[in-house]
Structure formats: structure tokens, C-alpha cells
Write a protein that binds this ligand. Structure first.
Ligand code: GLC
Length: 438
């Protein structure tokens, strides 16, 4: 069974491969996406190291001269996606790449991806790490120089698509106060998959409104920091940056890059401290979000909250409390195990929706991150559970984009949600099976 599915996973990657990089999903996402490529490279590294390397090189070929790494690189033409390159029009920025790209980013996974690829290669790919290292470092520099206005070590995101968790209920309170124009949008996503599983039209109008503002400001970071109505310190995004810093420290040590290592250590010291003091809510026993524009915390618990484990933020005691409160006894799984791990939003919340995109469904990349987080804290029971749930979903339905977290419905369901033959679901299946002990 697993052997057959491994073959299928490989076929998904091969089918989505485009002469140098891999699209996330045919039709639905027909270009190169930033954090998708990071996860996809992990899958490739097990089966075809040259493709893994090419994936990362292609991604970095879209990097801007100030270190910024866009969330989409439009290497190719495709009519099946909105908003395309003309809507983003990133050439308005003086730093823009000569390639067509978006002007917003995604969670910075490249640091730890590079280290994993190096490990998967049995440490033979150090020259490749060296080839990419400075550019990934420069990307981290970009964040600390431009997106940390109070010098806290925590960086902000300025668009919901930057979070990776596009329509999480966390953003609802921001949209409520935002008077975005009622654009007539030509949605293409809803032509490929069920509209009831996707963000609403009104949400899309807000997403586009933010991009229109960025273009008005020519993607100037200082103006964005000053004026953008969406300015959030997100726990997933910052956890990815911190975890990637850690990897760059280890890899930089191997490469004798003393200055870079010193800088990364200084960033991480400050970042970890602020993450703990600013984003940890002791009453909730969880890491939450901070609305930098409004100057107040956003007290929501989502799968992004648990990415902190992967970055080694909580103490052993706090990690155990999180495990007990949310997983062993609580809302995300609980004693009666009503939910498969890990719902993308707190199942006890009134805003939880088990079918709609990031408002409840299980996503495989977050499961991968949380699995490694549980491992890091020796929470072996939970690591086993999240791995088993992930394999159950992929083995029952195949490589869908997201899945229903309600255990009971799986007796009747016959498919996952969103796009099928989704690249990171396939790539991370390969990694979870082949790389279980990393
Ligand atoms: C969706 C997801 C995002 C992902 C992209 C491409 O927008 O929310 O995280 O990167 O699709 O797969």
C-alpha cells in the first residue's frame, strides 16, 4: 500500500514539474509558489536531488535586489489563475526582480529546507548549501531591516496571503473595519474547485484592495509599515523565520561564515524572547497573534499557534501544558478524539468551519511542521498521532489540498477538499515516510 502510494506521490511531482520548478496544483496554482517550493524540494530530495536543487534555485532566481523573496514567481504564462502578474505589477518597486513576481511574500522556510536537503543528501550537498546560503541570509536580513519597526525581533506580515493561511478567521476583525471597494473580480479558483470550500468574494475584495494600496505606494516598505491596515505579527511566520535562523546558524558554522552566524544568533536571541513575552498568552496557554496596526493582541488559537514547538520557543513545561490542554484533553483532538490532527482553527470556536480552506480543515504542511515540533519536545504520543492521522488521510483519499478534521465524517466521505494532486501533500508524504527520524 505505502509502496504504491509512494509511486503515486512521485507521479504527482513529476506531473507538476515544469522544466526547472514544480507548480503546486494544475489549473488552480499554475506558477511557482514560495513556501510550496520549500516543502516540494523536500519530497524531490528523496527521489531526485537535482530536481530539489533546481526547485530552490528557480525560487531564488525571483529574489529582489533588497533580499525580498516574492510569494509567486511567474516563470510561465497561464490563464487559469487570478490575480496574475499584471495585477501584482511588482515592477513598480525599484528593487523588483527582472522576472515577473508578486510583491508580497510567504513564510520563510528556506533556511530549514536547505538544512533538511543537506541531511537527506547525507551531507554531500554542502557546495549547494554554500551556493544558496548568502541569498537566504539576505532574505532574513530584509525582514529584520524592513519589517520590524520597533526592533523587537518579530517581523510583520502585511497581507493575509503572506501568512500562508489565507482566510483564517483571525483576519475577520480586520476585514470588518476595512472599507474595500466592491471590485468586480474574475475569480478563477472557484472554476476549479467547490466555491463553498474557498474564501468568499468579499474576502477576495479585501485581498485585492491591499494589493492596490501596495501599488499606490510602489511597494515601499516604509510606507507599508506606516499606513497598511493589515500589519500582523503572526506566530507561524515568525516561528518559520526563527527555525530557519537556527538552520542557517548550523550551516553557517559548517561553512565558516562567522559574521553571518553572529548576526543570526543575535536575531534569534531577541526574536525568541519577544515571541515568548509578546505572543504567549498564559491564560490561554497558547501562542497568539499581535495586531501591530491596532496595537493589541488577537487572541485566537490556530494550527499556526503550534508552529512555535518546531522553533523551540516554549519551555519543556509550557510545551507539556500545550500538549495537555489542546491535544491530550482538549479542543484540537481530545480524549474522545473527535478530531483528526490538526485542525487549522480551534474546533471549539464559533468561527470554526471544517470544510472551508483555513477556517478548520487539516493541511499537510502544518501537520509536518507540528509533527516535527512534537518530536522536538519528545511528545512521542502526539507525534505518532499526528503522523498516523496524516497518513490515514493521504492513504484514504490521495494527495488533496486539505481535509475534513472531523473523525466521524470519514466513514461517509470519499474525497479530500480543494485541488487534487497537490504537490506539497505528495512531497511531504514522501518525506514523512522516508525521513521519519530526522
Ligand atoms: C493557497 C494556500 C497557500 C499556498 C498556495 C499555493 O493560497 O493558502 O498557503 O501557498 O495556495 O499552494
Amino acid at each position: 500500500m505505502q509502496e504504491q502510494l509512494l509511486e503515486k506521490a512521485k507521479k504527482v511531482l513529476e506531473k507538476n514539474w515544469q522544466d526547472g520548478f514544480t507548480i503546486p496544483c494544475e489549473g488552480l496554482y499554475p506558477f511557482q509558489w514560495n513556501w510550496d517550493s520549500g516543502f516540494i524540494a523536500l519530497g524531490w530530495a528523496h527521489i531526485d536531488m537535482e530536481k530539489a536543487k533546481s526547485e530552490l534555485r528557480y525560487l531564488l532566481s525571483g529574489q529582489w535586489s533588497n533580499g525580498f523573496l516574492p510569494h509567486i514567481i511567474f516563470h510561465n504564462e497561464a490563464e487559469t489563475y487570478f490575480p496574475g502578474p499584471e495585477v501584482h505589477n511588482s515592477s513598480l518597486s525599484p528593487f523588483a526582480s527582472r522576472l515577473k513576481t508578486s510583491g508580497i511574500t510567504q513564510p520563510p522556510v528556506l533556511g530549514f529546507v536547505l538544512e533538511e536537503v543537506y541531511e537527506i543528501s547525507e551531507q554531500s550537498e554542502l557546495p549547494f548549501v554554500e551556493e544558496l546560503y548568502d541569498r537566504v541570509f539576505m532574505n532574513h536580513s530584509y525582514f529584520y531591516e524592513n519589517r520590524d519597526p520597533h526592533n523587537e525581533g518579530l517581523v510583520y506580515i502585511c497581507h493575509n496571503w503572506e501568512a500562508g493561511t489565507d482566510n483564517t478567521p483571525v483576519w475577520d476583525e480586520i476585514w470588518k473595519d476595512l472599507d474595500s471597494p466592491e471590485y468586480q473580480l474574475e475569480r478563477r479558483d472557484t472554476k476549479h474547485v467547490d466555491a463553498s470550500n474557498r474564501p468568499s468574494n468579499r474576502e477576495y475584495q479585501h485581498y485585492i484592495h491591499l494589493i492596490e494600496l501596495f501599488k499606490e505606494w510602489k511597494y515601499d516598505d516604509a510606507l507599508i509599515a506606516q499606513k497598511c491596515p493589515f500589519l500582523i505579527q503572526d506566530p507561524l511566520f515568525n516561528a518559520m523565520l526563527i527555525r530557519s535562523n537556527e538552520s542557517l546558524i548550523r550551516l553557517g558554522t559548517l561553512l565558516h561564515k562567522e559574521d553571518a552566524v553572529r548576526q543570526l544568533e543575535a536575531w534569534n536571541k531577541k526574536a525568541k524572547k519577544s515571541f515568548q513575552t509578546k505572543l504567549y498568552d498564559p491564560a490561554l496557554k497558547a501562542y497568539i497573534y499581535f495586531n501591530l496596526r491596532a496595537g493589541k493582541p488577537m487572541k485566537f488559537v490556530s494550527s499556526s499557534s503550534f508552529a512555535s514547538l518546531f522553533a523551540g520557543i516554549p519551555s519543556k513545561k509550557e510545551a507539556t501544558e500545550i500538549a495537555n490542554k489542546y491535544f491530550r484533553n482538549g479542543s484540537f483532538s481530545g480524549k474522545n478524539s473527535a478530531y483528526l490532527l490538526c485542525a487549522s482553527f480551534n474546533p471549539e470556536s464559533t468561527n470554526f468551519d471544517p470544510k472551508r480552506y483555513w477556517r478548520g480543515p487539516v493541511w499537510i504542511n502544518l501537520n509536518w511542521i507540528i509533527y516535527h515540533g512534537f518530536k522536538r519536545y519528545d511528545l512521542e504520543d502526539l507525534a505518532d498521532q499526528i503522523k498516523a492521522d496524516t497518513l490515514f488521510l493521504l492513504e484514504k483519499y490521495g494527495f488533496y489540498e486539505y481535509f475534513d478534521p472531523r473523525r466521524a465524517v470519514h466513514q461517509q466521505l470519499d474525497a479530500g477538499y480543494g485541488g487534487n494532486n497537490f504537490s506539497w501533500s505528495a512531497a511531504l508524504y514522501i518525506d514523512l515516510l522516508k525521513n521519519a527520524n530526522v
